[in-house]
Design a protein. Sequence first.
Length: 256
Amino acid sequence: MKKLACCLLLATSCAEQTEVSDQVPPATAFEKKMAAEYDGTVVPAAKLNRAERRGRRGAVKVFTPGMGRGSGCYVTYKGAHLVITAAHVIDDATTNWLWVVRGEKKVKAHPVYFDGKEDIAILATPPMEMATPTRLVIRTPYPKLGEELTYSGYPGHHDLLTIRGEVVGYEKISSDREKLVVHTYGWPGASGSCFFDKIGRMVGVLVAIPVGRGYVAQLLESMVFATPIKVLDLDRLDKHLCMLPTDVRPHFCMKR
């Protein structure tokens, strides 16, 4: 049986494009109205539901010093401030810290959870003013086929985008690890973005896009794989959080 190839969505440096010297004509009233309405989203900002707005406010970039970057989502869990991302985003780090970035601001974060097989990683951060965290609520049941999910992230050279997609299947890749298959847009740089359902429960972490089978590798940017968040080992995460320095250790650890 031929194995399914996939492309990890980690952005690396690319050659800068030559600037166009032509002057841009003044924006029309219609263009200004559309720019304000969309505000950097694929879904019009005016149409985002409450859960989508919360997910967007917590979306960040994760930079590995000297390497590439991916996306992540800022959450709180038992009093800890965490960024959830894909493991391959930080896999090649040569330091014990990474940059979490939003806009012009950045904060150092330290890995507290790494699962290379499932492709999930979690970073511990101090409270961050540059983004607004959501409370981590894990959705255990798989979403049904056709259910709509949303992620906010930084695919390619885009600024922050908020994108909807539908669950179209489930597939086993990489040592029979089961992934959600979502019909949506993805591109290098989106890895680590978090999929949420309509009421704000986290469903999965975007990790890769299919590139075909066998020798014909066609990039399918409209299909992405997501690791179900239910595979997160919370007991292991709790143990690692309680090993943090006392000044950032969550309060629940004091009761153990």
